[in-house]
Ligand binder design. Structure first.
Ligand code: NAD
Ligand code: WQD
Length: 341
């Protein structure tokens, strides 16, 4: 039987590269499409090395309709996974037009090209940011979305709506949005991982860079929240587990098991961890002391969020498997690999 073929748009990036590995290992043919605006070709090489497969790579901007037409004509895709977007919340506040242009244009161009070439299935990278600070925890898929507090968050809400409306107008189209919680960690081979540009804004890359001596001290933003130890609580999802969620989402659509043209699922662990708990777990598993201090709360941060993942478990047969210890060990192994430590 011919293997299904998946376009991974944004596949040279952090989550896209890990997803490509899991797709290949699950028996899919994959083509990576990326304009390398926030990635390095070394990620594609890492994915090829891990899988032992010469995965095709097309350096193309997903907003470029003519170039996308060429890629869709060259291969016969059964599904697209759409990661290609800008993702820095803070930056999006200062560069709203760049975020709206890139994140919405790339999605709409992908959808238009899919319809023109008869490609029926799309998985979309959404985010728990669509929930804001929910009144009740954990959040389920029926927890209402809240008004976005950043242009980035707004692009995720608008993108979900664009897919929902397009799938409604084109019954041949199926879409699944995965609402990721906080993706962290790296592949166990340490050949691929996150490549933050400049000073990391996210917690785990800041921790690993501090441990590597690149940053002097981690600031723990707030210890006076209404949480057990006063620091903010998040649901940290291992990137390999997250990658596997994409594989099952593609399979659901390719095997015609979707229950609706547009579906969305929470992808987290179902467990909340505080910043301090995470710092201490990192120290323990990697047998080191991290230089950190308590600092004021970061503007715009919510207090706590974690996922109810029962819908993903029931419908996709997916749940997170890697322990936080394994994940934090993999994050440190990747940082050491990058720095040659
Ligand atoms: P990333 O920046 O590592 O990956 C995105 C990739 O898309 C990059 O390789 C970039 O070069 C590429 N890209 C961007 N715009 C493009 C365009 N117009 N054409 C072609 N390629 C383009 O980010 P990531 O962490 O892997 O995130 C992937 C997706 O998941 C994004 O949509 C992001 O918003 C979403 N997401 C990420 C997180 C997170 O914390 N990392 C959480 C929730 C959702
Ligand atoms: C986690 C916790 C910080 C850095 C962001 C986006 C969200 C989603 C995931 C894309 C918070 C604290 C952090 C530091 C710290 N991305 N922290 N010191 O803010 O939960 O979510 O990434 O969709 O939309 O908003 O993740 O990793 O930045 O922070 O104390 O140096 O770590 O205050 O409580 P966040 P994060």
């Amino acid at each position: 039987m011919k293997k299904a073929c998946v376009m991974v748009a944004g596949g040279a990036g952090y989550i896209g590269s890990h997803t490509t590995v899991e797709l290949v290992e699950a028996g899919y043919d994959v083509v990576i499409v990326d304009n390398l605006s926030n990635a390095d070709i070394s990620a594609v090489e890492g994915v090829r090395k891990i899988t032992g497969t010469e995965i095709p790579f097309e350096q193309v901007d997903c907003c470029d309709r003519a170039a996308m037409d060429r890629v869709f004509s060259k291969y016969r895709f059964d599904a697209v996974i759409h990661f290609a977007a800008f993702k820095a919340v803070g930056e999006s506040v200062n560069k709203p037009l760049e975020y709206y242009r890139n994140n919405l244009d790339s999605l709409m161009t992908v959808l238009e090209t899919m319809l023109a070439h008869g490609v029926p299935n799309i998985v979309f990278s959404s985010s728990c940011t669509v929930y804001g600070q929910p009144d009740k925890l954990p959040v389920t898929e029926s927890t209402p979305r809240q008004a976005a507090t950043s242009p980035y968050g707004n692009t995720k809400q608008m993108s979900e709506d664009i897919i929902r409306d397009t799938a409604k107008a084109h019954p041949e189209l199926h879409g699944i949005a995965l609402r990721y919680f906080n993706p962290i960690g790296a592949h166990p081979t340490a050949l691929i991982g996150e490549l933050p540009k400049g000073v990391p804004q996210n917690l785990v890359p800041f921790i690993t860079q501090t441990a590597a001596g690149i940053r002097e001290c981690l600031s723990v933003f707030g210890d006076d929240y209404d949480t057990p130890d006063g620091s903010a609580v998040r649901d940290y999802i291992d990137v390999v587990d997250l990658a596997k969620a994409h594989v099952v989402a593609v399979a659901r659509m390719v095997e015609h098991k979707s229950k609706a043209n547009y579906e969305f699922f929470n992808i987290g662990t179902g467990r909340g961890l505080s910043v301090l708990e995470l710092v201490h777990a990192f120290e323990k598993v990697n047998k080191l002391k991290l230089n950190y201090k308590i600092a004021p709360r970061r503007a715009g941060d919510i207090v706590a969020i974690w996922a109810d993942t029962s819908l993903a478990e029931k419908e996709l047969g997916w749940k997170a498997e890697r322990s936080i210890e394994e994940t934090l060990a993999s994050a440190w192994a990747w940082e050491k690999h990058l720095r040659g430590i």
